[in-house]
Design a protein around this ligand. Structure first.
Ligand code: NAD
Length: 431
């Protein structure tokens, strides 16, 4: 099939490259000229395991190309995926102006039957707006269908997730669009869930909100564990073995971040409000998440007494391991709060430092974990990269001014930390 994917970010680039590797002719489009120039040379603007290889292979075999010219991409393709950003507005609503811009341009280029697919995460009823926009700007009699195909890949394992999804959700309004999308996804051999467009839109917001709720739930349980002297890891294990609950997303920590959960949660709350429903449950999920970061700062105070003038070493800046994505990472809020309180910050992250340097100023970026530890008054873990789990803790102890670790991801065994004579603070564990 001839496909264009508009927006070549984490979702668009991964989807485009994976569709190409399934044998389709894919044109990835972006307005960012620098990004497209790099991609044409096979240089990736993001870190995502396994992606570089398939991008390079498919450029080479002619299945994948890049352009900033959306108009010509639309003319020569039959299926057009919209995968541009839908960032939050200050009031939490999704900003759909990029989606509208793209829909207007697509409309003017329709020169035969096209399926226009929303892949970006959008509030329910966006499909209707895309349809209206296409009708308004396209030539009379233009043939197209709008469809919704929300994406569920996770940064850090995006290629693997795209190629092996639990399910593909396809919101369609015609038999023709259903057939086209069915053929496109058939090679993945996974369950395909065909729905109406609005239900598909809600499936995405509801799924992300549910996962965020699981995280806030276990974080709330971690507070109870701390107050009562129980161990949240044991509780999560005991709960998670129940197949109705499942063990994923039951890791207590410093709260969720990233480009999806915080913005999708607030967008879902806002769209519910607009429709006339006050989604109080999700408001509580948001509040618990914010409280978790404040609680973590209190743990650092517990370790250091006064934060003013102390040097705090931070390991991990990305919102989760195996990604360079810093958008809405908890590290942003935590570091800002510590700076406000007068701390000097040293930090290291294996892949996100380039992006972090644009977003966090006034801190010292170190070249490895041990440089962070050197003469710091305490070590703070914000992302659970594997390399932090394997640190030589005796060496860490010698380098630190005092043996204090505040671990926001529970990566070390508290019993071992005690044996090593660390003052060790973690989440929801009574040691
Ligand atoms: P991103 O910021 O990495 O990529 C978006 C891209 O769109 C950027 O490269 C930007 O330059 C481009 N763009 C903006 N306006 C454009 C226009 N008019 N024409 C062409 N390109 C344009 O964002 P992302 O993380 O890939 O997310 C995209 C969408 O997918 C969002 O709605 C997001 O919620 C959703 N989503 C993201 C993830 C994820 O893990 N990142 C997972 C599932 C769904």
């Amino acid at each position: 099939m001839k496909i264009s994917v508009v927006g070549s970010g984490y979702v668009g680039l991964v989807s485009g490259a994976c569709f190409a590797s399934l044998g389709n002719q894919v044109t990835c489009v972006d307005i960012d000229e620098k990004k497209i120039a790099l991609l044409k040379k096979g240089v990736l603007p993001i870190y995502e395991p396994g992606l570089e290889e398939i991008v390079k292979d498919n450029i080479k075999n002619g299945n994948l190309s890049f352009t900033t010219d959306l108009a010509s991409a639309v003319k020569k393709t039959d299926v057009i995926f919209i995968a541009v950003g839908t960032p939050p507005r200050p009031n939490g609503e999704a900003d759909l102006s990029y989606v509208e811009d793209v829909a207007q341009t697509i409309a003017k280029q329709i020169n035969g039957y096209k399926v226009v697919v929303e892949k970006s995460t959008v509030p329910v009823q966006t499909g209707e707006w895309i349809e209206k926009t296409l009708r308004r700007y396209a030539k009379k009699g233009a043939q197209f269908d709008v469809a919704s195909n929300p994406e569920f890949l996770r940064e850090g394992s995006a290629v693997q997730d795209f190629m092996n999804p639990d399910r593909v959700v396809l919101g369609v309004s015609s038999k023709k669009a259903k057939e086209v999308l069915n053929d496109l996804y058939k090679p993945l051999k996974c369950p395909m869930v065909f729905t109406d467009i609005k239900s598909a839109e809600i499936i995405k917001h509801a799924s992300n909100s549910f996962l965020a709720m699981k995280i806030s739930f276990i974080n709330a349980i971690s507070r109870i564990c701390e107050l009562a002297g129980a161990d949240v890891e044991q509780v999560a294990n005991g709960m998670g073995l129940d197949r109705r609950i499942g063990k994923n997303f039951l890791n207590a920590g410093i709260g969720f971040g990233g480009f999806c959960f915080p913005k999708d949660l607030s967008a879902f709350i806002r769209i519910s409000e607009k429709l006339g429903y006050d989604f109080q449950l999700l408001k509580a999920v948001e509040n618990i998440n914010e409280e978790q970061k404040r609680m973590f700062i209190r743990k650092i105070e517990e370790a250091l007494w006064n934060i003013n003038g102390k040097t705090i070493g931070i390991l991990g800046l990305a919102f989760k391991p195996n990604t360079d994505d810093m958008r809405f990472a908890p590290s942003l809020d935590i570091i800002a709060a510590l700076q406000e309180m007068g701390a000097k910050i040293k930090a290291y992250d294996p892949h996100s430092m380039e992006k972090a340097k644009e977003m966090i100023k006034g801190i010292t970026y170190c070249e490895d974990s041990y440089s962070v530890c050197k003469k710091s008054d305490c070590l703070v873990i914000l992302t659970e990269w594997n390399e932090f789990k394997d640190l030589d803790l005796e060496k860490v102890k010698k380098l630190l001014n005092q043996p204090a670790i505040v671990d926001g991801r529970n990566i070390y065994d508290p019993v071992k930390m005690k044996e090593l004579n660390f003052r060790y603070f973690s989440i929801g564990r009574p040691y």
